[in-house]
Design a protein around this ligand. Structure first.
Ligand code: SAM
Length: 221
């Protein structure tokens, strides 16, 4: 009952505030047709990411975990004309589907998809010595969250906003003896954030179409 109510409220708010978004709806349809798991951010979460990009006036975005590009499209849309989003994806099939979705949404000129394990792509990205990123969204394999946060800080400047998704996991995050690698990775991420002298952070629990979860948000000093 509770889950149904959460979903119904999400549907109500999305209907009132978002309306139908053809490009994002087409992306979800293409993802399903291609057999991708439905683990993208929800429409309201995608809009939240879009607003964060606008609030931060971000020009350089990094995403870890592309899937079919739903969150990628949501964020890329908020970029200025000279903005760029680099998104890292392990699965070539996901990257292929995402590329088509991103092109259909009209933001391909702003998005670069890097295929491969993010832990290997991130040092290469750092070696390119480009400008630091203004906003970084981490939403990939949770056991590697600590590694991703470490690289995110290295690729940041003072003021960079980092968002780490799925940190509550139905409340499982408070289980210190969990054998689940995603919980272990998420708890390690919290330890990393808590101990890091350059990170000021919070985490918010969320309920909705994607169940009970939450995200951590931090600013680099
Ligand atoms: N951000 C996407 C969205 O909201 O539309 C959802 C991303 S999905 C939760 C996680 C993605 O991370 C999957 O596409 C998965 O293949 C990818 N992934 C898993 N392990 C990875 C790794 N080691 N490096 C890069 N991507 C990885």
């Amino acid at each position: 009952m509770t889950g149904e109510r959460w979903r119904a409220v999400d549907d109500y708010v999305a209907e009132r505030l978002l309306g139908r978004d053809e490009a994002l709806a087409a992306a979800l349809e293409a993802n399903a047709a291609a057999g991708l798991p439905a683990i993208d951010v929800s429409p309201l979460q995608g809009k939240f990411l879009e607003l964060l990009v606008r609030i931060a006036q971000a020009r350089r975005l990094l995403e870890i975990g592309t899937l079919g590009g739903y969150s990628t499209i949501s964020m890329a849309r908020a970029l200025p004309a000279d903005g760029q989003l680099v998104t890292l994806e392990y699965e070539p099939h996901h990257a292929e589907v995402a590329a088509a979705n991103i092109a259909r949404a009209g933001v391909a000129d702003k998005v670069r998809i890097v295929v491969g394990p993010a832990a290997a792509s991130l040092p290469k990205l750092a070696a390119e010595e480009g400008e630091p990123f203004d906003l970084i969204f981490i939403d990939a394999d949770k056991p590697n969250n600590r590694t991703y946060l470490d690289w995110a800080v290295k690729l940041s400047r003072p003021g960079t906003l980092i968002i780490l998704d799925n940190v509550v996991r139905g409340g499982e995050v408070i289980e210190p003896d969990s054998a689940d690698a995603s919980i272990i990775g998420t708890r390690a991420a919290f330890d990393f954030i808590a101990d890091h002298p350059r990170l000021s952070a919070t985490a918010l629990q969320t309920v909705g179409a994607k169940g009970w979860d939450g995200f951590a948000m931090m600013v680099v000093s």
